[in-house]
Design a protein around this ligand. Sequence first.
Ligand code: FUC
Length: 817
Amino acid sequence: MLQSTRTLAFILFMLSCWGTVCHAQSASQAELLRLWYDKPATNWNEALPIGNGRLGAMVFGGAAQERLQLNEETVWAGGPGNNLPDNRFREALPELRKLIFDGKYQEAQDLAAQKVAGPNVNHGMPYQTVGDLLIDFPGHDGATGYTRDLNIDQAVASTAYTVGNVRYTREVFASFTDQVIVMKVTAGKGGTVDCTIRLKSPHTSKRIYTEGQRLVLTGTSGSHEGKTGQVKFETLVAPVLDGGKLTTTDSALVVSKARAVTVYISMGTNFRNYHDLRGDAHQKTFGYLTAALKQPYASAKSNHTAYYQKFFHRVSLDLGTTPATKQPIPARLQQFATGNDPQLAALYFQFGRYLLISASQPGTQPATLQGLWNHQLMPPWDSKYTININTEMNYWPAEVTDLPEMHEPLFTMLKELAVTGQASAKEMYGARGWMAHHNTDLWRITGPVDGAFYGMWPMGGAWLSQHLWQHYQYTGDTNFLKSVYDVLKGAALFYADALQTEPSHEWLVVVPSMSPENEHRRGVSMTAGTTMDNQLVFDVFSNFLGAAAVLRADQALADSIRVKLGKLPPMQIGKHGQLQEWLEDLDRPDDKHRHVSHLYRLYPSNQVSPYRNPALFQAARTSLVYRGDKSTGWSMGWKVNWWARLQDGNRAYKLMQDQLTPSHDDEGGTYPNLLDAHPPFQIDGNFGCTSGIAEMLVQSHDGAVHLLPALPDAWHTGKVTGLKARGGFTVDLDWNDGKISRLVVKSALGGKCRFRIYDELKHAGLHVAQGMNGNPFFAVAAVKEPVIVAAEQVEQVRRVYEYDLATEAGKVYTFSF
Ligand code: FUC
């Protein structure tokens, strides 16, 4: 009866909304912020991630067996130490550079390969799982009425099902406030909880045993590539029963006839920082557990959710609701590309914010290739930090979706790399300052890994350091700028010393380098002065000059850096009308490589504008058209941002459709748990698409706050609150049929806010923009025009209107149109 009433209600809802998008939906937006399923996870890509920045778990939700795959963020193989090649590299550097300037690229790459080979230069250390918590519920195989979900409005995962006449429920969260994972299992009326709790771990060096009424796992991380595992970890599991009885075996806890049981899982290691492992794993783990056990379950849960919502609730997004929301996620994913489900885009956007809050908290490690969630000892690419795109992409949503606190772990890593990277700058390149190649790990290695073709890229620090300047642009926080000034200065010093004069035009270039992972000749990546190098050095120098000006520091150095900046190669438009990827015009229109590094300037940087340099804007577009749409997950995530910057909302949305498609063997897409598929799972694509959605709605990189710069037809009506713009502005927007109906601006810093919009806005408080903007946070990069312009035509860009609003710090301005 109940079932048929529900079915009838669903049919009525479908009839009332089918084919249209409901905005006055019956369910509130918060209720829609759930990933729900009608089956347990049968594999890791169906399990649901919970995390508090330090501790993570994947929740499988099996009725007869619960599995929580456990992570603690500092369980990494190996131990402290950098990975520099011996000084044969430095001795060979002049010859290496000469070979490249003589056009002998293959010989150069072969020479570099020999010089970076050696015991220290392999792949870096892997991030490792702790193991699994398994809870067996005898007799629960025949469960009915099954449902599980991840509520991203509350950061809690739940499972519910019926056995006989008893409804069983589980709730689990990784507590931000108590630093433990907590799971509560409850039997409904007439039933009891009877289960066996065990731990399992793939580590070779480990012990699992019971002690009193607790289950204990102790172990040491793996040894790898000549580095002995030195991270000592501990897991303590403590069940608290409501009624019933707890007994133990050597290695399991047995709960019988309880009304409910709350399981506390505490994890810790001896890790203090990248060069200090003198912490006490037991003391930490025991300390967190003891404190957490004093907290009643209800207040532990409400404290956790309140902490989470402080961040999560800063931004809301409503793109409308269709009947598709009534279905479980796998069905919605299956239909997203061809159906009508704008709420899935909003959910995916908010899931990205959920993941960032859950994987990256102040004081924790930055999000790895898999965020915080990894079930292997040897995960793909070691689940470490690939800094030629992936780690940066993880943090693209941090500022614009108002989660700047979550950016902190990356800033700390930068400060640490600015120490370890001095050795690679000096010993490998004879330069001052600091630098890093294309990977790093928990130990903050800065030498090359993965051999010469992939690894000889001295630009990792250059790219990462952009995040410091971006944080300053969004927040205007001068104290923050002071605290990272040496990092920005050290990055600039490295290039000031390492740049070389290339023979054809006497431009200053990075050599050896590459356009990440792409070949310019068969099997050869190594070259000099790639387009991306020039853009990155442009930003490193500009950021240093900006910081030195704000802080009134190092004027003599600033003058000399300004001279070098003027000698960088210009952007060049090649014979296919494309932005050249290399100094020479070598691009192939059929090159579909996943990295499109020369478009760094279009996003995440701000060196190209349809208004200031339309020829380069058009060339960037041509390059992107050649590269195509479908690719690895993260590459599609990047493309969403690019098409948004190219002001083509429908194409950006098309990329989202490609990305939000179930992943098949070799193609990027999305897994049933909404995590991104490279494949395999890699979290960067989630974050890339999250920032891409924000870029479709609000942009602030090009001298103004551009409202709805790339709105797709599919999102003709909607509402967003809380997006951030450079200059300390917060923007709320309502729009109807593509036109803005309401705008709310909060100003944190005061100053002029210039808006850019496609339609004319009429309101007494807004003045038609005149003259230069005058707000320092809206400063735009001044790039040189190309020397070679082969493209005949520049496609028309859409007409824009600009308005100025004079703001005062702390005030809110509301406009209805
Ligand atoms: C870079 C990419 C790969 C992968 C790896 C982790 O090397 O080219 O596609 O994402 O990082």
